[in-house]
Design a protein around this ligand. Structure first.
Ligand code: G3I
Length: 370
């Protein structure tokens, strides 16, 4: 084809330009309004990122993140085992976390840090003393303080919210008997918030947990936060992970939980939203990684796409009812292929980055309640 001869005719140039515009706008046509704009009068919309997304190796993923979201969380790269794998002060590795924060700043995102103190993904050496000796309360507190001051200090003013302590409660609402709790004692949570505040007094310091919609665990988290507030511990936010399934939490349970959490007077964030549609997932309300295999077992249930859309619409109707107390809703992953529960196809975008029926259902809730 002789392009110069073709484009020497202005008529052809015009037609081509028109076709290209239609082609490029097709992306916005089938996703009419991005999530971040649809909910701009209610709350921010975030997404947990993996390394391929914030380094833009996953170009489609990175493009979708920039278009749809205005907040980001690190799925794994800021956890102790990733950011501080080695013993002591020389054992830090900030390469991935630095790229994550740079991606957020370059794209005007509200940047979340996840997570400083957790029983998961924490190297063994953290809880080991000199030689074969057990580590003492004082020595572990010193390690915790050094870690929090170093990590929070490095991203001071750049990371706007931190999950300071993650999953410190058991299902019955009592303190989880983690190594942090066993070696330091119940006040390890208060100490962690104190150290984080010393490192960045302006950051929102969150307590983050799952299944806190359930009555006993809800009572536990309310008691914990009220105790911290009474002790003037600088807790600045509550994170409710909300790893849901197709019927849990029900709209009533979620509504009563958010009503109770609002009494704490601190911003609520939905921090790890996904809706597990796998058969095994309908029997579980836990986000324990160790139980993930069975809670993702089997293929998705019948009519999964429709049921997923209905549950997401139900959840967002309640979130919108509580918009004055909810600051941020973060999805725990971008597409079904990226999800820790990929077998349950739990997110709004499929493995080809295409919006699913659930995406339209969520946008419709925003449109109904602008
Ligand atoms: O980094 C290693 C890699 O070197 C190795 O080749 C690969 C193969 O085994 O494993 C990689 O580590 C995996 C890590 O994710 C990074 O991808 C771990 O096996 C895997 O267990 C880990 O899973 C993460 C899980 O937390 C671990 O606890 C999930 O991606 C992450 O979505 C999940 O997120 C947690 C939240 O932090 C807290 N709330 C619950 C939520 C779901 O469990």
């Amino acid at each position: 084809m002789n392009f110069s001869k073709f484009f020497s005719n202005p008529h052809n140039t015009l037609i081509t330009a028109a076709m290209l515009t239609v082609a490029f706008s097709a992306e916005s046509a089938d996703t009419p309004i991005p999530l971040k704009n649809a909910f701009k009068n209610a709350f921010m919309i975030g997404v947990a990122l993996n390394q391929r997304q914030f380094t833009e190796q996953d170009t489609n993923g990175a493009a979708l993140v920039k278009r749809q979201f205005n907040a980001i969380s690190p799925e794994n790269v800021m956890k102790w085992e990733s950011i501080h794998p080695g013993l002591g002060t020389n054992g830090y590795n900030f390469e991935a976390a630095d790229r994550y924060v740079e991606f957020g700043e370059k794209n005007g995102m509200f940047i979340v840090g996840h997570t400083l103190i957790w029983h998961g993904q924490t190297p063994r050496w953290v809880f080991q003393g000199e030689g074969t000796n057990a580590i003492t309360r004082e020595a572990l507190l010193e390690r915790m303080r050094d870690h929090i001051h170093t990590v929070v200090g490095r991203y001071k003013g750049r990371v706007k919210a931190w999950d300071v302590v993650n999953e410190g409660l058991s299902e019955d609402g009592s303190l989880r008997k983690s190594q942090w709790q066993r070696i330091i004692g119940d006040d390890y949570i208060a100490k962690a918030f104190q150290y984080a505040y010393e490192a960045d007094p302006k950051a929102e310091l969150r307590y983050n947990d799952y299944s806190i919609e359930n009555e006993r665990k809800r009572a536990g988290v309310l008691a914990l936060v009220k105790k911290l507030q009474a002790e003037k511990v600088p807790i600045g936010g509550l994170g409710s992970q909300t790893h849901a399934n197709l019927t849990w939490p029900s709209a009533d349970l979620l509504d009563s939980a958010l009503t109770a959490f609002a009494e704490l007077g601190i911003p609520i964030s939905i921090t790890e939203l996904d809706v597990n549609a796998s058969q095994g997932g309908q029997r579980s309300q836990s986000a324990e990684v160790s139980q993930n295999a069975q809670s993702s077992a089997g293929s998705v249930v019948d009519a999964a796409n429709q049921k997923l859309a209905e549950q997401y619409a139900s959840l967002f109707r309640v979130f919108l009812k509580h918009r004055k107390n909810i600051k941020l809703v973060t999805f725990w992953g971008l597409t079904d292929r990226d999800s820790w529960r990929r077998a349950g196809k739990p997110l709004l975008f499929d493995g080809e980055w295409r919006p699913k029926t659930a995406f339209d259902a969520v946008i419709a809730e925003a449109t109904k309640n602008p």
